[in-house]
Design a binder for this molecule. Structure first.
Ligand SMILES: O=C[C@H](O)COP(=O)(O)O
Length: 276
């Protein structure tokens, strides 16, 4: 089986070697800077967006983050305030984080987020169906939401911490990609375990298999609990080892994180920084 070709222990060794400023900058440029708290307010999201606007002036030698990721009702605030055209707006939708709603509501929520300005929509695989082996419902939901959001990119969160084994992770990955996911994402960040290197490895192998079969390049987004530079470089290294350097760019790799940016920045600039 393919998985045996990749030894996590060796990838971890390679990640130690990769932990330099080039890789740290690359990791920073792939961040979906996330605020997904139930206490998020319009004023908080506005201030959060303004930090991203200011970043280019404050750190002209560094790339900005790839996207700001918020709840769907906060998309409008980001859209009204975001000045950097290169930073995308991502919204979680579809009954995030549980996916426990009606398909009609999920579609409407995802579509409304796009109408308010989201470039990317992050939905959760309906685990309530997947864990009952009801692939048909899962495929229908993803396909329907994909169709409803038009040109916006769709990320499907597998919530790998809820999947029993690597086979399930591989199966969920394939199902999501076959149903129209532009990215597959590990976790919501709302349950434990969240992102893990083992799940990331399985998902990257599935992306590679899918690319071999179809020629389509699907992106990968580890998210949930990723807060240190070392974590970020490890996920980049997994992608590099399995999928190759071609995947090491924001169009095919993101890290969803609420706490990582300050730590990466601190390591890049060699001083403790709390910017975001
Ligand atoms: O989608 C992104 C995650 O919710 C972020 O999780 P985190 O707050 O643990 O970094």
């Amino acid at each position: 089986m393919e998985a045996t070709k990749y030894e996590l222990a060796q990838i971890k060794e390679a990640a130690l070697q990769n932990n330099n400023s080039d890789w740290q900058e690359l990791a920073f440029s792939c961040i979906d800077l996330t605020t997904l708290n139930s206490t998020d307010t319009v004023s908080h999201v506005k201030a959060f967006t303004e930090r991203v606007n200011d970043f280019e002036n404050d750190y002209p030698n560094l790339p900005n983050v790839a996207a700001i990721c918020v709840h769907p009702n906060m998309v409008r605030t980001v859209k009204e305030n975001l000045k950097d055209d290169h930073v995308n707006i991502a919204a979680v939708a579809g009954g995030f984080p549980g996916s426990m709603s009606f398909i009609e509501v999920k579609v409407k929520e995802a579509r409304m987020a796009v109408d308010y300005g989201a470039d990317e929509i992050d939905i959760v695989l309906p685990l309530w169906a997947f864990l009952d082996n009801d692939d048909i419902i899962c495929r229908e939901e993803i396909t329907t939401i994909k169709e409803a959001i038009g040109e916006a990119h769709l990320k499907v969160i597998l919530e790998t911490g809820a999947l029993a084994d690597s086979e399930k992770t591989r199966h969920a990955s394939m199902l999501a990609m076959e149903s129209g996911a532009d990215f597959i994402k590990t976790s919501t960040g709302k349950m434990s375990p969240a992102a893990t290197p083992d799940a990331a490895l399985e998902m990257c192998i599935a992306i590679k298999d899918y690319h071999r079969k179809t020629g389509k390049k699907i992106g990968f987004k580890p998210a949930g609990g990723i807060s240190t530079t070392e974590d970020a470089i490890l996920y980049l290294t997994i992608v590099s080892e399995v999928l190759g350097e071609e995947w090491l760019k924001p169009s095919l790799f993101r890290i969803g994180a609420s706490r990582l940016a300050n730590n990466l920045l601190s390591d890049l600039l060699d001083e403790k920084i709390k910017y975001f």
